[in-house]
Design a protein around this ligand. Sequence first.
Ligand code: ATP
Ligand code: MG
Length: 226
Amino acid sequence: MTAPVHPSSSARSTRRLGWLGGTFDPIHLGHLDVARAARAALHLDEVALVPAHHPPHRDPPVAAATARLAMVRLAAATEPWLTVSELELHSDAPSYTMTTLDRLEAAGVDLRALYVITGADAFADIATWKGYPALLDRCHFVVVSRPGHHARDLRDRLPALAARLFTPGESGDRGQPVIFLVDAATAPVSSTGIRAAAAAGTTLTGLVPDAVASYIGTHGLYRGVE
Ligand code: ATP
Ligand code: MG
């Protein structure tokens, strides 16, 4: 690998690193709320935003990878603890978390200090992810509620994992990977809704960071979306 995995991986390997992957087509205020909630609940030093090149289980992104990356960079600039990883963006393979963990480990990242962050809607499908269930033994996961998808409901939806689901306060230090459930209010927005709003020409204020709204307007992104 030629590029660093993310800016500080080699400098401070014991830092608690959050890892928030997504299509980010475009990144929005809900994503930043997720990052903020996970950081606060797990005392993370840094949260890396990780745009996927080709997300598994879904249609290809609408915006080009370069545009999605540019918008993620603009959003990351709003908080000093937010960084951007291009690890998945430059890979032609689908963005499987299992593969990403292999690459992070090979790059010297301490997976015991890694916290993969997802929304509760995405984690509900965890049994379909490549490498399940061994994937869950490799690093911590942080699952944040999304409007309409309470993290705590996963205890019923995923009974096979019930013994491994904890709220941050009750887990203690077990010395093994944990799935943390974080109930936080995040903005009730989705990239799908934002693409529709951009196509309709309605304002994106309050849905995405201001700099991202400007970028979408300046570059005419999502205009042809139906
Ligand atoms: P799309 O509508 O295109 O699926 P999205 O808004 O769901 O986009 P993704 O890039 O698919 O955004 O999501 C990346 C991650 O962020 C996923 O784990 C998802 O569950 C989570 N996420 C996205 N929006 C929210 C939100 N408003 N609240 C909580 N989690 C969210
Ligand atoms: Mg989604």
